[in-house]
Design a protein. Sequence first.
Length: 205
Amino acid sequence: MKDAIIIGIAGGTGCGKSTMIRKIKEEFNDEISILSHDFYYKQHNDITFEERKKINYDHPNAFDTDIMIQHIKELAKGNPIERPVYDFTIHNRVDETVRVEPARVIVVEGILIFENKELRDLCDIKVYIDTDADVRIIRRILRDVNERGRTLDNIVQQYLTTVKPMHDEFVEPSKRYADIIVPEGGFNKVALDMLNERIHALLRD
């Protein structure tokens, strides 16, 4: 029997997941642990950097989702975990790990977390953030240039060849599994207040 409340937050690239999670964390502080699906990209030490650049990172097979599921279960039982660390500048997981302590609320986020049935079934609340595609691609460009060392040409090529097709095939259809669909994510104050109140109610039970 798990003791934690697990909240899944999904949505396309650049939809505003991070903003919503930051605002939820401001509300609950140390009562929250956060796990991103991006931490669990598979390790590819057996191939070159140029080969790693060609991998479809927006397909479900790009992730070690089974490990993430086990880590969520451990956190829910009150046990700390050592989560992987992924370096987007080299397209590979590094050897170090980060210790994540258990908390009463576990937030799980990622573009594909509702695509996997076992993963979404762990979630007590499933939130899908729905944001216009043009807004999402602009946010992705700014993030990847400023934080991940990517060039504009590389970002656009990746978006057209893998990001958008995988969004249409896997991410957008997973919206039907959500309990709540939130336009504009953390910028939607009404939805954020309702979600925070629901979490408070679950914590009181």
